[in-house]
Each structure stands twice: as structure tokens, then as C-alpha cells.
Design a protein around this ligand. Structure first.
Ligand code: NAD
Ligand code: UDP
Length: 325
């Protein structure tokens, strides 16, 4: 029995790896609010204690420094495996560690799930599709990924993690869920993570040049964080035959030029757009086919980019005003 059983008999013991990161912290919020007993682990590589500090006084929340590349011995009912740097500059900073985090991290968390017969969800990514030549991308598409490029530590690490999840499912009958997440944004993104939404907003707030890589015609589809977390929770609650992979993302597709213009308009910045070289293997287009998510999760994002940018800009504005970013 855990502490929260007294309050809520339906509560579960839930482990969130990477729980002090952007998405992990929003997921912890939701799980704590639902009355579950939440164990958040993080090595703080890209996450921050500040993202979950408001939860520290909750009796059903526990924070632990731990690196998922090392085994973990705890008792839980469900595991959300989010630990992994997500922004290209962060995951390329130490590419060997990025692959270890995805692969050794998956092995350790799957081993834990096997011992406990716990349900486990993997935060996979649209990067498994690489630079896609099918548009929009359905889950049946196997992808177009460079195995030896700058993005490979992340793309191939996540692909191998998916392989491990499905082999544990076939070989050990583990209850798995795999979400392929498309670009997601919102408050608590790291202000210096170099991802396009945080970068453009930070540049705009400081009246610095807005750096578009390449001609800005490449596209991404942006989902607001709260809606993505809702998809995680719904996916975890699906019946055991629903394993995924399931695309989770907002099909609204924008070019980087359109995103820059929207950020300029919403912030009222004096910033000018400048063009910089396109990084190696930068995917030209991204849009999720979310038919499976609609069917199995009854889920479809509703927050348009323009609307979700408003609280996101407000979050970064506060960081700038407080001198934190
Ligand atoms: P994030 O960088 O904010 O969060 C990742 C968290 O994992 C951080 O708190 C970091 O400190 C932690 N971490 C990294 N390596 C670790 C390790 N070895 N052991 C323990 N903790 C470790 O990124 P995010 O955007 O919140 O992404 C969360 C997950 O979702 C990641 O797995 C990412 O690959 C996946 N994802 C995110 C997006 C997106 O657009 N946000 C898109 C696709 C996939
Ligand atoms: N990008 C950009 N300017 C920036 C940061 C990123 O034009 O300051 C582009 C980047 O080249 C890519 C897109 O924005 O085409 C999304 O980049 P991000 O790093 O956010 O995510 P990912 O490429 O992993 O989808």
C-alpha cells in the first residue's frame, strides 16, 4: 500500500523518467493532480529541479537524482520513459551518452518493468521517420534515417529503443506502449535548448536577429504540451493489445518562415529575420497522420499554434524579466 491509497484507492505508483524536463514535468503535474504516487527521476542533464519544485511539498510526489543508464530498483505499477535530451544541440553535445541514454535506459527500464510486471510507455519520436519521403507520416512508414550522421545518435537510439520495447513485448509478454511524439512546445522548454520555438521566442524577446536555418521552407507540426500529455495518459490507459507505435502530434503544419512571422507578430519585436546554413540531415517536412491516435485514444489536438504560443511567450517573458534567461 502507498500513502495515496488512503486518499484515492485507484491511485497507482507511477515512475516518470526524465520527469524534471519539459514534457516530464507537465506529466508529473497531471499524475500528481490525479492522486497517483509519483516517483520522478532525472539526472538534470537538460531538465531542472525548478520545473517540479512546486510539487515537492505534495505527499504523493518524490524526486530522485538518477541516470537511467544505470539500473534502478524501485517498486511501481507504471513507467513513463521520457529520459533523453530532445533538442538537437543538447543531444549532439554528447552523442555517445545520447545513444546510451536511449538504449541502456530502455534496457534498464524494460528490465524493471519485467521484474514488476509493470506497464511501460516509451517517449519515442517522429525522428524515427528521418527525412521522410512519405507525407504525412503514418506509423506504417519505416523511415529514411541516416545511420551515421549528426542526428543519428538520437534517431537510431530511439529506433533501437522501439526495437527493444517490441522484443520485450514479444519475448517476455511485457505490456508496452510506444508514442511517436512530433514537435511539442510550451512553458518550461529550456530557454537555451536551441529548438526552433524557444529560440525564435527568446530571440524576439531580446530583439535579436531571428535565425532561420536554410530558406525556411522546411516544415514542422507543433503540438501544445498539455494536449500531448493528455495523449500519454490516454495511451497508458488503453487495453493491453494497444501497443502502438502511435503518432502523437498536431497535424497543423507550418514552415519555419511562417513560425518566425507569427512569433514576430505576437511579440511585437523589432527583430529581423536572418538566414543561417541548414544543419546536416535537417528533415524537410513533418506532419503526423493521427488516424490511429483518433481511433485508439479518441484524441485530437485542438490548440492552434497561434493560441499555444501565447502562454509560451508569457513563460519566456517571465524568465527574461527575472534575469534567469
Ligand atoms: P527535455 O530535454 O526537456 O527532457 C528530457 C529529460 O530527460 C530532462 O529532464 C533530462 O535531464 C533527462 N535526462 C536526459 N538524460 C537522462 C539520463 N541519462 N538519465 C535520467 N534523466 C535523463 O526534453 P522533452 O522535450 O521534455 O522530451 C521528453 C521526451 O520526449 C524525450 O525522450 C524526447 O526524446 C521525447 N520527445 C520530445 C519531443 C518534443 O518536441 N518535446 C518530440 C519527440 C520526442
Ligand atoms: N530551426 C531554425 N532556426 C533555429 C532553430 C531551428 O530555422 O534557430 C529549424 C531547424 O533547422 C529545423 C526546425 O527549425 O528545420 C525545427 O528544429 P528543432 O531543432 O526545433 O527540431 P527538429 O529539427 O528536431 O524537428
Amino acid at each position: 500500500m502507498n500513502d495515496t491509497d488512503i486518499i484515492n484507492p485507484t491511485s497507482k505508483r507511477v515512475l516518470v523518467t526524465g520527469g524534471a524536463g519539459f514534457l516530464g514535468s507537465h506529466l508529473c503535474d497531471r499524475l500528481v493532480e490525479a492522486g497517483h504516487d509519483v516517483l520522478c527521476i532525472d539526472n538534470y542533464f537538460t531538465g531542472r529541479r525548478g520545473n517540479v519544485s512546486h510539487l515537492l511539498d505534495a505527499p504523493n510526489f518524490e524526486l530522485m537524482r538518477h541516470d537511467v543508464t544505470f539500473p534502478l530498483y524501485v517498486e511501481v505499477d507504471e513507467i513513463y520513459n521520457l529520459a533523453c535530451p530532445a533538442s538537437p544541440i543538447h543531444y549532439q553535445h554528447d552523442p555517445v551518452q545520447t545513444t546510451k541514454t536511449s538504449v541502456h535506459g530502455a534496457i534498464n527500464m524494460l528490465g524493471l518493468a519485467k521484474r514488476l510486471d509493470a506497464k511501460i510507455m516509451q517517449a519515442s519520436t517522429s525522428e524515427v521517420y528521418g527525412d521522410p519521403d512519405i507525407h504525412p507520416q503514418p506509423e506504417t512508414y519505416w523511415g529514411n534515417v541516416n545511420p551515421i550522421g549528426m542526428r543519428s545518435c538520437y534517431d537510431e537510439g530511439k529506433r533501437c529503443a522501439e526495437t527493444l520495447f517490441f522484443d520485450y513485448h514479444r519475448q517476455h509478454k511485457l505490456r508496452i506502449k510506444v508514442a511517436r511524439i512530433f514537435n511539442t512546445y510550451g512553458p518550461r522548454m529550456h530557454p537555451h535548448d536551441g529548438r526552433v520555438v524557444s529560440n525564435f521566442i527568446m530571440q524576439a524577446l531580446k530583439n535579436e536577429d531571428i535565425t532561420i536555418f536554410g530558406d525556411g521552407q522546411q516544415t514542422r507540426s507543433f503540438c501544445y504540451c498539455d494536449e500531448l500529455v493528455e495523449a500519454f495518459i490516454r495511451l497508458m490507459e488503453t487495453s493491453d493489445d494497444v501497443t502502438g507505435p502511435i503518432n502523437t502530434g498536431n497535424p497543423g503544419e507550418f514552415s519555419m518562415l511562417e513560425l518566425a512571422q507569427t512569433v514576430i507578430e505576437l511579440t511585437g519585436t523589432k527583430s529581423k529575420i536572418v538566414h543561417k546554413p541548414l544543419p546536416q540531415d535537417d528533415p524537410k517536412q513533418r506532419q503526423p497522420d493521427i488516424a490511429l491516435a483518433k481511433k485508439h485514444l479518441n484524441w485530437e489536438p485542438k490548440v492552434p499554434l497561434r493560441e499555444g504560443l501565447v502562454p509560451t511567450i508569457a513563460y519566456f517573458e517571465n524568465l527574461v524579466k527575472a534575469g534567469i534567461a
